[in-house]
Design a protein around this ligand. Structure first.
Ligand SMILES: [Zn+2]
Length: 264
């Protein structure tokens, strides 16, 4: 059976002497594995399709229960990502997250669309790296159904507080500084909860909370259209979204360590 579809290469590995296995994120089939026979050879007509970050139209056929690439054409290579190490590191982390957000033969329309928009924003330097990363992590939380309630303090319902807020990571909520002090010794914000998982609290302010809510509900094209009033707020949001996603997905990302090692 022959088929063709658009997909983004999110993983590439050698297979045998000259073949390449690609993990490709598609709208229709989610995350799928394609074999590119002989693609490691420079002469192969498939060699342009095998590079990481390539968004292409793949023509495939099925044989022995696997999908083999017979041809295709590149829609977008995101070639510019290779010219900046920080952007490259961030893009690598983004596709690792995209892989976590998608499954085999599960439609992945919005994950693919937002991932492509994000790679474009990194390549064209449309926004600072930190902001792009925060937005994608907030999208990842939303896509995984684990968005925290950042609308108000979970205890008193206040939306403003001169002393700031804490993001209660494992409970997916925020607590104002006052309620945190009041309840700090109680069961609610004790070091471990009823499942004996460690509570993780990260400082967060009103601007971060508004940004989080904005991105969660934003049209995929508009997820980067926010700003924070100070670099301190931006740093706070960056720490909050990263801590949140890493702890909820219970995964460490090689590319995230790489990014954190090279970022400005
Ligand atoms: Zn409160």
């Amino acid at each position: 059976m022959k088929e063709s579809f658009d997909g983004l290469v999110i993983r590439e590995s050698s297979y045998g002497d000259s073949d390449v296995l690609l993990t490709v994120l598609t709208s229709e089939h989610g995350k799928i594995t394609l074999t590119a026979k002989g693609a490691r050879s420079q002469k192969s007509k498939l060699s342009s399709l095998r590079r990481l970050f390539t968004y292409a139209n793949f023509e495939c056929y099925e044989k022995y229960g696997k999908r083999w690439i017979s041809g295709g054409s590149v829609n977008e290579s995101f070639f510019g990502l290779g010219s900046d190490i920080v952007g490259f590191a961030l893009a690598s982390y983004i596709i690792q997250l995209a892989s976590e957000l998608s499954g085999e033969e599960v439609r992945a329309e919005s994950v693919l669309r937002v991932t492509l928009n994000t790679l474009y924003a990194i390549e064209k330097k449309l926004k600072p790296h930190a902001l792009i990363k925060c937005a994608y992590e907030i999208f990842a939380a939303e896509e995984s159904g684990i968005t925290p309630d950042t609308s108000a303090c979970a205890y008193c319902g206040c939306t403003e507080n001169g002393k700031g807020f804490w993001l209660d990571v494992m409970n997916g909520r925020v607590v104002c500084a006052e309620c945190h002090t009041k309840n700090g010794a109680g069961a609610a914000i004790a070091p471990t909860d009823s499942f004996m998982t460690q509570n993780i609290l990260v400082p967060i302010d009103e601007g971060c909370m508004a940004a989080w809510q904005y991105v969660s509900r934003a049209d995929p094209k508009r997820i980067f259209a926010f700003s924070l009033t100070s670099s301190e707020s931006m740093a706070m949001l960056a720490r909050a979204t990263e801590t949140y996603i890493v702890n909820h997905l219970e995964k460490s990302f090689e590319a995230l360590e790489f990014y954190n090692g090279v970022k400005e």
